[in-house]
Design a protein around this ligand. Structure first.
Ligand code: GSH
Length: 207
């Protein structure tokens, strides 16, 4: 039995998108941040920092979105991943690059322009946005070059590198991140947005 605990965030979207793409059967439990569900003793047993996403699989808990996606692929005969150590490492390096670099800076835009401005009605920190833009200007050209040469981030097949990276880009469509000079990234976003698995994942979470 697989249970996925989440909220309407891009980290939870990564796991739901991966689970849907793998065709796994699971229950989704939506935590209400406003009610403090994620800081309850019950949830702290699943995630020691009281965050989402987390999963329960056959009575055992795991957390950290990219690790969860990798775990789900591993229990699905390595679908969306690879049994070959070098290919698996290539997928892992793309996941690390998106989570620790490009995704991290896209998350700054999302936090400042969506969470702070739209949700909390506060001023965005322009210095933080300028810093994020500076790093994205260095990092997005690499992803553009990769996607101009390949259909997906790690070649011709969709992998967990895509299901982990894509939710950052999707979430940032409602921010001022400028992707005009990155046509290959834009067509990858358009293509992944249309996947039935992604639509199903989004439909699970109140937006
Ligand atoms: N690196 C973690 C980040 C988890 C995280 O920060 N989750 C946020 C939502 S995106 C959260 O639960 N925030 C609530 C809180 O920290 O109280 C992952 O990828 O799972």
């Amino acid at each position: 039995m697989l249970k996925i605990y989440g909220a309407s965030t891009f980290n939870a979207t990564k796991v739901l998108f991966t689970a849907e793409e793998l065709g796994l059967s699971f229950d989704y439990i939506h935590l209400d941040f406003a009610a403090g569900d994620h800081k309850s003793a019950e949830h702290l047993a699943r995630h020691p920092l009281g965050k989402v996403p987390a999963i329960e699989h056959d009575g055992r808990y795991l957390f950290e979105s990219a690790s969860l996606c990798r775990y789900l692929a591993n229990i699905s005969s390595k679908k969306l991943y690879s049994a070959d150590p070098y290919e698996a490492a290539q997928i892992d390096q793309m996941i690390d690059l998106t989570c620790h670099h490009a995704g991290r800076w896209l998350a700054v835009y999302f936090y400042q322009e969506v969470v702070m401005m739209k949700y909390y009605k506060k001023e965005a920190d322009e210095k933080a946005i300028a810093e994020a833009k500076g790093f994205l200007d260095q990092q997005l050209p690499f992803l553009e070059k990769t996607l101009a040469a390949n259909e997906y981030l790690c070649g011709k097949q969709l992998t967990i590198a895509d299901t982990v990276a894509f939710p950052y880009f999707q979430a940032c469509q409602s921010t001022s991140v400028a992707l005009d000079s990155y046509p290959a990234i834009q067509s990858w976003i358009a293509k992944l947005s249309q996947r039935p698995s992604f639509k199903k994942a989004l439909a699970l979470m109140p937006q």
